[in-house]
Design a protein around this ligand. Structure first.
Ligand code: ATP
Length: 236
């Protein structure tokens, strides 16, 4: 089966400092894959590399069977790649509804397009605050809004950078349920996480990154059953 996203030998730099060393991973259509690693391991940098946001990168990135390595970010977005960065980037002065409109893009043929109403069913607490300004929302609410805004672009694959970070336990649970609903809907998701707990609830497979190198890949159960790897590469 062709992977929806295939990354091979991805190297990435900040200025002259190399941060990614031959990163490889793949995601099949409809799969949820976790990119696991500690603080500073290279998770966000991998996402930026895939999304065309690093100053310098090389390697091969294929999306839906096409080499997209040389494409700038807007062209990747048009092909169905969405990126939700760790810092959320909510427009503080816009309401929830207005933030969603910013993300609206044409529907993909043969799929049900995302609308604010459909998103409010997925994230019920956003529905209750549809006229609230982004700046007046909690971190967890902003996190949900940033995912909802990315979905308004009707993507095929979403890169979610640490979706559970800084969320209260109850909100983490809501987030896991929302991601599982997206998976049931056929969306492909690559998410990054520092520890296994959240990733375990929702992911099919995981790859472990450490100091810019992929160290392990397997099912979450396989990785969880390897205490040495967990101790070496993950926050537990
Ligand atoms: P975190 O959980 O902290 O986001 P991460 O796994 O996403 O961790 P990255 O942010 O990808 O880690 O960082 C990987 C490496 O690149 C680290 O050594 C970090 O210090 C370095 N780095 C990240 N951003 C920059 C930048 N803008 N300029 C220079 N170096 C950077």
């Amino acid at each position: 089966m062709t992977a929806l996203l295939e990354v091979e030998g991805l190297n990435g730099w900040y200025g002259r400092a190399q941060a990614l060393f031959g990163v490889g991973l793949s995601i099949a259509e409809g799969e949820v894959v976790a990119l696991l690693g500690r603080n500073g391991a290279g998770k966000s940098t991998t996402f930026k590399g895939i999304a065309g946001l690093l100053d310098r990168r090389d390697g091969r990135i294929a999306f839906d069977g096409m080499d997209v390595s040389g494409l700038p970010t807007p062209a990747l977005v048009r092909r169905g790649l969405a990126y939700v960065p760790e810092d959320r980037r909510i427009f503080a002065d816009l309401t929830v509804e207005e933030n969603l409109e910013v993300g609206r893009r044409p529907p993909r043929p043969g799929t049900t397009p995302w609308t604010p109403e459909r998103l409010f069913a997925l994230f019920p607490n956003l529905a209750e605050m549809r006229r609230r300004r982004g700046g007046a929302m909690s971190g967890g609410e902003q996190q949900m809004l940033s995912i909802a805004r990315a979905l308004m672009g009707n993507p095929r694959l979403v890169l979610l950078d640490e979706p559970s970070e800084g969320l209260a336990p109850k909100i983490v649970e809501d987030m896991a349920l929302a991601i599982l609903a997206l998976k049931r809907d056929g969306l492909s998701i690559l998410l990054s996480e520092q520890n296994l707990h959240f990733a375990r609830l929702i992911s099919d497979r995981a790859v472990v990154i450490d100091r810019g190198h992929i160290r392990l890949a397997g099912t979450i159960a396989e990785i969880a059953a390897d205490p040495e790897a967990c101790a070496a590469y993950l926050s537990v």
